[in-house]
Design a binder for this molecule. Structure first.
Ligand code: BDR
Ligand code: CA
Length: 310
């Protein structure tokens, strides 16, 4: 058996973030060292509450460190925009629950830097929201870039069209300045954007089947994802995109993807703000294609106990 990959997940839960965190709890090729939270789909206080709830649901005994409440430069997105997709409390119609557990004393930037320092060259940060926490970590901790192994981020629409504007994907749109700092950091950055995530759709039958096989986690995801699926169906898609789980899977199953090593820049202002533009800027590894069926199979079957992908 291969040694599990040490990972930190930076998240703004979020229906598909919930899918990603619960998935990570089951995949034995992942050693999850903690979660950090960021504004995005929801304000950061709710993101932290939701992340703690996911840890309780998954039986994950890891720290949850709260991070940025807003972008550094651009104004935050109108909360109505994300509530329409993920629900007011971010798990669709599932009512909010106050978790028993509490967040870590350290904030996200200090936590990310410390865990990377304690595991030099071993930690992959999988970022599932705006990368504001990573930019803050780089600014506050000059040794972070040296210690972290890589960043895999769900974000961007390099060749595909955007989802908040014709040009920009939601995570890169919400803090393009942070992404510019991350791309310029010298850390290996893998971009898992709409170029691949809009090729993988999960429908009600997929979640019903998961719920039958794993009532706790599958049942939660089935309930949380109903309105999220409707949002995609109303736009003509055959189910919901599973954006964030795709980024987590890219960390441990790169064989399911095709990559392009290119220079990448992000547009900071104007109508195209948040656009990820190839061909100039800093080196990045962009996911350009995916084996959608294999990825979906891995996502839905890893929840079954005993599933192994070694
Ligand atoms: C990304 O934006 C959020 O709505 C999702 O959680 C995902 O991280 C998709 O554009
Ligand atoms: Ca997310």
């Amino acid at each position: 058996m291969r040694k599990p990959k040490k990972m930190l997940i930076d998240t703004d839960p979020g229906v598909d973030d919930a899918m990603a965190v619960l998935y990570a709890a089951h995949d034995r090729s992942i050693q999850l060292l903690g979660l950090t939270t960021v504004f995005g789909n929801v304000c950061v206080d709710k993101a932290t509450r939701n992340a703690l709830r996911l840890c309780e649901l998954a039986g994950l005994d890891v720290a949850v460190a709260q991070g940025a409440s807003r972008p550094g430069v651009v104004p935050p997105l109108d909360p109505e925009t994300t509530a329409e997709i993920h629900g007011e409390e971010e798990f669709g119609p599932v009512p909010p629950v106050v978790p028993d557990r509490t967040k870590a004393d350290e904030d996200a930037a200090d936590f990310l830097a410390r865990v990377a320092r304690e595991n030099p060259g071993e930690v992959t940060v999988c970022a599932l929201g705006p990368v504001t926490n990573l930019a803050n970590t780089l600014r506050r901790h000059s040794d972070f870039a040296k210690h972290v192994a890589s960043i895999v981020m769900m974000g961007g629409a390099v060749y595909a069209k955007g989802n908040v504007t014709p040009f920009a994907e939601a995570n890169t749109f919400q803090d393009p300045h942070a992404l510019a700092e991350v791309l310029a950091s010298g850390i290996k950055v893998t971009v898992v954007g709409l170029d691949v995530t809009m090729k993988i759709f999960a429908d009600r039958a997929d979640f019903a089947s998961l719920a039958a096989r794993h009532p706790d986690h599958g049942g939660f995801l089935e309930a949380a994802s109903g309105d999220y699926i409707s949002h995609y169906e109303s736009r003509g898609y055959p189910g919901c995109a599973i954006h964030d789980p795709t980024a987590v899977i890219a960390c441990v199953a790169p064989e399911l993807f095709q990559f392009e090593n290119t220079a990448l820049t992000v547009t900071l202002e104007g109508d195209e703000a948040g656009r990820t533009v190839p061909g100039r800027g800093n080196p990045a590894c962009v996911c350009v294609d995916v084996d959608a069926e294999a990825l979906k199979a891995r996502f839905f079957h890893t929840f079954e106990s005993g599933a192994s992908w070694d």
